[in-house]
Design a protein around this ligand. Structure first.
Ligand SMILES: O=C(CO)[C@H](O)[C@H](O)COP(=O)(O)O
Length: 218
């Protein structure tokens, strides 16, 4: 058990109120929040609905007994709980290690409050390293070429027990793009979104105002 992730997840579950519709993120830290939410559903007779950000989140919710709905039925959410791979002091983030950042971004955007659960290894002074990018399969090579014009070295992600590329829940290719330095994450997120074929980058720079970061400690 990871006590730092558990502490963050359990604290996030405390933000949930009866009657809320909540976004359910993807990853190992959110799992602890889900555990605690299920406990509260049983103990406090809470009635909530969840919108999952991935097949992983949906399958877990079904197994655990969290009732689900969709963004189509609930285009506005009370809050969303999600993990992150890096968080800087201005609450700008990199997400997408789990290849779920496209739906995570849709859900974060729809939520009035965004609760981000991390352990302290995720807190950085400046965002750095590889940025996950979801790309339409039709446009992979042009996207790689275009990213190189921006100084990014993109690689198609492989692994996860599968031969060939990692395919997202949306049927797209996942790339990881290394920039020597991410000088202006907000501009970079906008620039990446303008490249035809990029469906979503893992930069989350637009939600700082509604974000609460919960850092679990060991
Ligand atoms: O962005 C994500 C998935 O796409 C996850 O939220 C992020 O990778 C954090 O995961 P974990 O809580 O397992 O460290």
């Amino acid at each position: 058990m990871d006590t730092a992730k558990q502490e963050a997840g359990y604290r996030a579950a405390g933000f949930v109120r009866d009657g809320m519709v909540i976004g359910i993120g993807t990853g190992s830290t959110v799992l602890y929040a889900m555990e605690r939410i299920v406990h509260r559903i049983r103990e406090e007779n809470l009635s909530i609905l969840g919108v999952p950000t991935s097949h992983q989140a949906a399958f877990r919710a079904v197994e655990m007994g969290i009732p689900l709905t969709s963004l189509d039925s609930h285009p506005s959410l009370d809050l969303a709980i999600d993990g992150a791979d890096q968080v800087d002091p201005a609450k700008l983030m990199i997400k997408g290690r789990g290849a779920a950042h496209l739906r995570e971004k849709c859900v974060a955007d729809a939520a009035r409050q965004f609760i981000v659960v991390v352990d302290d290894s995720k807190c950085v002074a400046e965002l750095n390293g590889k940025i996950p990018i979801e790309v339409l399969p039709f446009a992979c090579m042009p996207v790689i070429r275009k990213l190189s014009e921006y100084g990014g070295r993109a690689e198609i992600r492989t692994g996860s027990g599968k031969d060939g590329p990692v395919i997202s829940d949306n049927g797209n290719i996942i790339m990881d793009c290394l920039f020597e330095r991410i000088e202006d994450p907000k501009s970079l997120e906008r620039e990446l979104a303008m490249i035809p074929g990029i469906v979503a980058s893992g930069l989350f720079t637009q939600y700082a105002d509604k974000t609460t970061v919960i850092v679990g400690k060991k």
